[in-house]
Ligand binder design. Structure first.
Ligand code: NAD
Ligand code: UD1
Length: 337
């Protein structure tokens, strides 16, 4: 199989490219490098022993996509490319709808024109919105509460409509919970630009001395220790989930949706403690006000992925923190170090 991975030089993409190569697939990456660098793919090649063909193409460039699909005979597409910051999406919604939704339509048109009709799409737990009880189950009514989440919801709808209209399409909608960690080699990992929005990259930058202390957003939630609960998932488990989904849809048509999470909630203070254990010393933090839009607690019901794909997470929170720390320690400034 030759798999096109859009956004393949990014955080989750690079780990998935490695997993695909290790499973014996040929992989081609396209990315506009707006939030990543080609160095991640050089490191993937170092780990797999195989080069990673790379094309700098933007989803908003239909001619560029057409040239790419003319140059290869793809079996399927794994589609990671897009913008992903919730806060930013509320300030520049047009950019989010243009790049994520219109960009995906361009990709789907190129796929259809070139007879490639298998796609695995990066959706998010954020599509469950604010109204659903936990744990989240795939059959629940979705309804995202921010523009980023609505781009994911709209793309899910487009892909579902497409597969309903044309039975040749095979679609996997993967709803990720909170991906953290890095490949255990410490060679590839998450390299956020600017101040990290997410918890674990922020803690990692405190540990390496790039940030003074962690601000814990809210200590008065109705949870066991007063801080929010989330379902953290090791990025290598997540990458393996993509392979399982790809294998499943290889012999089926239709649209499928799966939660990719562990099924367990961990609090902000539990994550901090686990990271401190990995680092071997306490890390400075302060409990501050709540962050707008945060839910007190959510986690996945991952039983459909287990039943349908035979996939479940195998790596613990401690492994996530140890691996994330190895990456950050060896690369204090990410791929620029
Ligand atoms: P990332 O930013 O590291 O990777 C996304 C990649 O897409 C980047 O390399 C970026 O340069 C590229 N890209 C962005 N816009 C593009 C465009 N218009 N054309 C071509 N390339 C473009 O992010 P990630 O954490 O690896 O996330 C991958 C996917 O998973 C995203 O779709 C994201 O929304 C989704 N997701 C991520 C998380 C998370 O916590 N990381 C959670 C749920 C869902
Ligand atoms: C965020 C996104 C979500 C995305 C997910 C994974 C929002 C509202 N949602 O979710 O769409 O799928 O990331 O990338 O942004 N925290 C701190 N201090 C920090 C950073 C975070 O206390 O400096 C807390 C947060 O309040 C939260 C937990 O840590 O309780 C996890 O935060 P984060 O990593 O941003 O993930 P989510 O909020 O779950």
């Amino acid at each position: 199989m030759t798999i096109l991975v859009t956004g393949g030089s990014g955080y989750i993409g690079s780990h998935t490219v490695l997993a695909l190569q290790e499973a014996g697939h040929d992989v081609v990456v396209m990315d506009n490098l707006s939030n990543s660098s080609e160095e991640s793919l050089r490191r993937v090649a170092q780990l797999s022993g195989k080069p990673v063909p790379f094309h700098q193409v933007d989803l908003t460039d239909p001619e560029g996509l057409d040239r790419l699909f003319s140059a290869y005979d793809f079996t399927a597409v794994i589609h990671f490319a897009g913008l992903k910051a919730v806060g930013e999406s509320a300030s520049i919604p047009l950019e989010y709808y243009y790049r994520n939704v219109a960009g995906t339509i361009n990709l789907l048109r190129a796929m259809d024109a070139h007879d490639v009709r298998s796609i695995v799409f990066s959706s998010s737990a954020t599509v469950y919105g604010e109204h659903n009880p936990i744990p989240y189950i795939e059959k629940m009514e979705i309804g995202a509460s921010n523009p980023y989440g609505r781009t994911k919801e709209q793309i899910e709808d487009i892909l579902s409509d497409l597969s309903a209209a044309d039975e040749r399409w095979s679609v996997a909608l993967l709803r990720y919970f909170n991906p953290v960690g890095a490949h255990p080699s410490g060679l590839i990992g998450e390299d956020p630009q600017g101040i990290p929005n997410n918890l674990v990259p922020y803690i990692a930058q405190v540990a390496v001395g790039r940030r003074e202390k962690l601000m814990v957003f809210g200590g008065d939630y109705d949870t066991p220790d007063g801080t929010c609960l989330r379902d953290y998932i090791h990025v290598v488990d997540l990458a393996e989930g993509h392979l399982a989904a790809l294998n499943h849809i290889a012999s089926r048509t239709g649209a499928f949706r799966w939660n990719l999470g562990s099924g367990r909630g961990s609090s902000v203070l539990e994550v901090l403690k686990s990271f401190e254990q990995a680092v071997g010393r306490p890390l400075p933090y302060e409990i501050t006000g709540r962050r707008q839009g945060d839910l007190p607690a959510f986690w996945a019901d991952p039983s459909s992925a287990l039943a349908d794909l035979g996939w479940s997470t195998t790596r613990s929170l401690d492994e996530m923190c140890e691996d994330h720390w190895r990456w950050q320690k060896n690369n204090p400034n990410g791929y620029a170090s």
